[in-house]
Design a protein around this ligand. Structure first.
Ligand SMILES: *[C@@H]1O[C@H](CO)[C@@H](O)[C@H](O)[C@H]1NC(C)=O
Ligand SMILES: *[C@@H]1O[C@H](CO)[C@@H](O)[C@H](O)[C@H]1NC(C)=O
Ligand SMILES: *[C@@H]1O[C@H](CO)[C@@H](O)[C@H](O)[C@H]1NC(C)=O
Ligand SMILES: *[C@@H]1O[C@H](CO)[C@@H](O)[C@H](O)[C@H]1NC(C)=O
Ligand SMILES: *[C@@H]1O[C@H](CO)[C@@H](O)[C@H](O)[C@H]1NC(C)=O
Length: 705
């Protein structure tokens, strides 16, 4: 599902995290609870795996390196430096000649936010006596968190997205979003290095710039990144038109642009880089850049050659030091829905398939090679075949930095709470469901296509929704319906409140239960209307807003004073949405928040005290190259709150996924996971980037997510 347009005042450098005093409790009983949706994420079940690069790929040759907890991805095989080894407990014996210990640095989403971990495994080599496929039984795992949100040493005491780790001797190099860029619709992602022994952290990316996908040269002296430089992100959600920059890993100096248009760099030696870009013929391909050995470094002095041929999308290249024989890539072959890891022989220009021969029906992402080039790592869904199922989390607790806010990712979209907070309605296309916050009593209450949910504040068990397709034109029939979720006779539980055959959606009742605000395309434009909550439009219909633009996603404040909505009225049809407030009597219209020029701010929902709004937005830009993730229509979506006067903007989520459709609970839910049930066949059911499905477009033809 696609959450249309989604933000804020420009140039106000507002603190993102409220201090204890600023953060007023909305609920008398302990604090605030916000629930939101992330497209696809509850099905990921990623672990990091490895295959040999020298033996034919086989199921028994695949090693699962990470432990099957949470979601683990974007691995890196470090050369174990003295600083890294010094972190291990004294009892950990590393025999100098023993080739079997596997060292892995990776990202894990334990507690719902990203942390960087280091695992050491003995007996990981399938050639060794144990022949264990899964490392789970192996007692010899040592696991060391390198960087978590609770890491006071590094100053990382706020939630942040942390990704793409690598190691240069004493220094962990990675990206993080813990510093506000200060500009709306501008990415917070920047490269940092943290000294392992001391935790001393240094920002390597200049302020005001966002860098993605860092990679270290074999000596560690140089870091290459994908970056827009001063230009900034302009809303791209497919392949990014970033450039490649190189700088000194020590302190970020000597920063030079070396390649126009490229992403996901990696080094073979101190002057040879590989990277991906969509080439003129439409195929995403791997290219090589040879930097001059001497003289001045600039885009002019760099020699660029295409490496992978047309006919297959090849991307996220991985190299090993001084290995000019082969690279590893992820591919999408024509006609395949799956992303696989392959080797590419640089001399013969030939692919060697790996993961398709092991698990043809799973996605395999973001390969990386061991320093001795004998192993290729990647992440993939652990699945049932790997003997380890994780519970499906109905509510995944996302650790926050304040004890008076609990934050959950819900497995479903458009959640809303009953007035007492004892039930949640949500949507899974198709169908509307009702469940208790502890995950029990889950029932389908409507089996058709529907979107958005809101509970009637006075009539017990009544839920309003929009029945019909999402993202349809003004003239497509979508109707506001009410569902009596406790009806014994399901055949009479649904009442249709609009019947005009036009696109009516996003119903939200007034706090006295008398009226419903919704948006309708009945005039040819989507504007806001009010109607009688009992009889529907036949009982009274009033126009609240009017204009040749789209007003949508409306919600009513619990104190009855305001209706919040998203609108593209400042730039109709542009896809740019801002949040507005209007009194139910049509007065007091004002803009609440905007995310820069062309930005998106959507799905505003009031706090129980009516003083704040939670919403989703591209205010913090994009956090990773979208091609390094499964499909997200709007990979920039993050969840924010703001007060009604526009102050106290806070970013609640930090990830590279599409977060949307938030709800603010009327009562506090303790911050711990709620398991819905054991995962079954629907796990691992997520899609690779839709835009890689297609063969390249004809010249000039635009393809979109
Ligand atoms: C997860 O939360 C628990 C309990 O707060 C904490 O002990 C643990 O360190 C956290 N893990 C990470 C990776 O942040
Ligand atoms: C990396 O930097 C160090 C310190 O400046 C230097 O001694 C070394 O020669 C450099 N290595 C390479 C391969 O450039
Ligand atoms: C950055 O590091 C280099 C050595 O690698 C040093 O010569 C230079 O003075 C440093 N610059 C700053 C601004 O710290
Ligand atoms: C409209 O509603 C607002 C908020 O309730 C109120 O302050 C204002 O006086 C009303 N205006 C009119 C013209 O009724
Ligand atoms: C799990 O899937 C199997 C086969 O697909 C099915 O028979 C079984 O009923 C499912 N179990 C649950 C709890 O949904």
């Amino acid at each position: 599902m696609n959450f249309t347009p989604l933000i804020l005042f420009a140039s106000l450098l507002l603190p993102l995290y409220a201090s204890a005093e600023e953060h007023q409790n909305s609920n008398a009983n302990g604090g605030d609870t916000i629930v939101f949706t992330t497209l696809g994420r509850s099905r990921y079940e990623f672990d990091v795996f490895a295959l040999s690069t020298t033996r034919p790929p086989s199921i028994s040759g695949e090693i699962r390196i990470t432990d099957g907890e949470s979601v683990n991805f974007n691995g890196y095989f470090p050369s174990p430096s003295p600083a890294l080894i010094s972190l291990l407990p004294d009892a950990t014996l590393i025999q100098p000649g023993d080739s079997s210990p596997l060292h892995l640095i990776y990202v894990t989403e334990r507690n719902g936010t990203s942390s960087i971990y280091y695992d050491l495994l003995h007996g990981g080599d399938p050639d060794s006596k144990s022949k264990r496929r899964s490392m789970l039984e192996a007692p010899s795992r040592v696991q060391i968190p390198l960087l978590t949100n609770a890491d006071h040493r590094s100053g990382n005491t706020v939630n942040s997205f942390k990704d793409k780790p690598s190691l240069s001797g004493e220094f962990l190099v990675y990206v993080s979003t813990h510093e506000n860029s200060g500009e709306p619709r501008t990415s917070w992602t920047a490269v940092y290095s943290t000294e392992l022994r001391t935790g001393l952290t240094r920002r390597l990316t200049p302020s005001g710039i966002a860098d993605f996908s860092p990679a270290l040269s074999p000596s560690g002296n140089w870091t290459a990144v994908a970056s827009y430089g001063e230009r900034g992100w302009t809303g791209e959600v497919e392949e990014l038109s970033t450039d490649i920059y190189v700088f000194s890993t020590r302190n970020g100096t000597r920063r030079v642009k070396v390649v126009e248009h490229g992403g996901w760099p990696c080094w073979v030696d101190e002057s040879t880089l590989y990277f991906h870009r969509r080439s003129d013929d439409g195929w995403v391909s791997v290219f090589r850049a040879i930097l001059p050995q001497s003289g001045s470094l600039s885009t002019e002095s760099v020699n660029i050659q295409r490496v992978t041929p047309p006919g297959v999308h090849a991307f996220t290249p991985a190299t090993s030091p001084n290995n000019h024989n082969f690279i590893a890539v992820a591919t999408r072959r024509p006609g395949s829905d799956y992303r696989h890891v392959e080797l590419f022989d640089l001399r013969r220009s030939e692919f060697t398939e790996l993961t398709r021969l092991v698990a043809p029906g799973s996605h395999h992402l973001n390969p990386f090679l061991s320093p001795d080039r004998s192993r290729v790592g990647y992440h993939s869904c652990r699945g049932q075949a790997n003997g380890r199922r994780s519970p499906l989390l109905f509510l995944e607790n996302i650790q926050t930095t304040t004890s008076d806010l609990s934050l959950f990712r819900i497995d479903g979209s458009f959640p809303s709470f009953s007035p007492a907070g004892d039930r949640i309605a949500y949507v899974r296309m198709p169908g509307v469901y009702v469940v208790k916050p502890d995950g029990s009593g889950r029932r389908e209450v409507y089996d058709g296509m529907a979107f958005s949910t809101a509970w009637d504040p006075v009539r017990p068990g009544r839920v309003y929704t929009s029945s019909g397709p999402t993202f349809a034109t003004e003239r497509t029939e979508v109707d506001i319906i009410s569902i009596d979720v406790d009806a014994v006779d399901k055949s009479s539980s649904v009442r249709r409140l609009t019947t005009n055959g036009k696109n009516n959606a996003f119903p939200w009742p007034s706090p006295d239960g008398k009226l419903i605000v919704f948006r309708s395309g009945r005039s040819g434009h989507k504007n806001l209307y009010l109607m009688d909550a009992e009889k529907g439009e036949t009982g009274g219909l009033w126009k609240l807003t009017e204009g040749a633009w789209t007003d949508t996603m409306c919600s009513w404040s619990p104190d009855g004073e305001w209706i919040a909505f998203a609108s593209d009225r400042e730039s109709p049809g542009s896809g740019s949405y801002e949040l507005f407030l209007i009194h139910p009597n049509g007065t007091g219209l004002r803009k609440l928040i905007q995310s820069g020029t062309g930005g998106r701010t959507n799905h505003p929902i009031f706090s129980p005290d009516s003083k704040s709004i939670v919403f989703t937005s591209d205010y913090a830009g994009i956090s990773a190259e979208p091609i390094s993730n499964p499909h997200h229509y709007q990979p920039y979506g993050d969840i924010f709150t703001v007060k009604l006067d526009g102050s106290n903007l806070r970013r609640l989520t930090h990830n590279s996924y599409e977060d949307g459709t938030p709800a603010w609970a009327p009562r506090f839910i303790n911050p711990s996971d709620v398991v819905l049930r054991k995962k079954n066949d629907s796990s691992c059911a997520f899609e690779d980037c839709h835009w890689l499905n297609k063969n390249p477009p004809l010249k000039g033809q635009k393809i979109s997510c």
